[in-house]
Design a protein around this ligand. Sequence first.
Ligand code: CAA
Length: 388
Amino acid sequence: MSVGIDEISFYTSNYYLDLRTLAEVQKTDTEKYYQGIGQEKMGMAAPDEDVVTMAANAAQPLIERVGTDAVTTLMFATETGIDQSKAAGIYVHRLLGLHDNCRVVELKQACYSATAALQMACALVARQPEKKVLVVASDIARYDLDSPGEATQGCGAVAMLIAADPRLIEIDPEVGNYAEDVMDFWRPNYRATALVDGKYSTKIYLRSLKKAWENFCEASSLAFGDFSHFCYHLPFGKMAQKAHQHLAKVNRSGLDAEQVEAQIADSLHYNRAIGNSYSASMYIGLTSLLENCKHNLAGSRIGFFSYGSGCVAEFFSGKVVDGYQHFLHRERHHNMLEARTEVDYTRYLELYRYPDPRDGSECKIEAETTGRFRLAAIRNHKREYIAV
Ligand code: CAA
């Protein structure tokens, strides 16, 4: 029996800022962002959207297919949680109408937590193969205005159904891990935006990749040449390109630059248009690969490098299942990205600065999102979510 990803769906907000606009305001060359960072647009959450509504929107199409009683565990991965105590997944559990006997938990380790959730979900399903686990990862990436990280902001959520004999990706049990106590990127409880030592974070990312890969090679019989494609954590597209060049070099792959690029190019499309979605980003990258690769990937092995600042990293692998193309949500995803509205710089600042009331006063939030779930109000420190 194999265990892995049976279905995958993602969601991002209906607003975006083109990085050309940011470059013009900052009097920077647009190509620094389009080429140098490898990003084109950043998703901006509407005032009535947050990690809960985005996660529910990502998961709804999966639940419509399998039914509300099919999921026995919901794992919610995020680093932009909305409560120090209550799991964001509890709201999603209600919005999706999941069964009362469903287990719900929130996981955190920066951008890595969705991978922890995926591996734990696989272990649960391996123990009870009739069960299905819903893994959702949802984040809003925010940095200070005029900081180097600003151009890498974004938002998005991904939902994955983990099941026995999956229809998309069989996840291999062997993994390579690496953990180290470093301060490359963090967000103290009292801050709305992340703090980051940008250049240092890219160095730690590459070091973690090498270390996790070495650990993976000790555990698995697979070698670099056994993989046709790779998916990396995507803080910005260029980071994955650099990482993959690094891995190809470490392994003396013998591939030329074009061949190295071809192994990741299709995983970058969606992130380029959304920006960083932290815990969701590598899995939105996987969706991009599966939905945009012109070759039939059935039988191919994909290498995954998941990185969460602070830091925890994991390299793992999966095999694409025959017939996977029939179970993707390609058209819906493409339509969603196409239907978004571009905002100008003034509107971007309004969305960025949208008040987050902390005094318990009543705050009704105008309907703006085109998604199926929205944050309608905050009252007495309680967030009120509704289905539209
Ligand atoms: N045309 C083309 N390219 C240009 C250019 C132009 N006109 N101008 C500059 N560039 C290139 C630069 O040469 C550079 O390329 P190289 O990296 O290949 O040298 C690239 O554009 C970026 O330019 P800078 O290095 O000057 O960029 P910066 O210092 O302003 O910002 C950054 C880069 C520090 C990574 C910043 O984006 C940042 O802080 N990002 C947030 C942190 C981050 O994402 N870290 C990644 C690892 S941590 C992680 O993965 C967790 C996570 O999700 C945050």
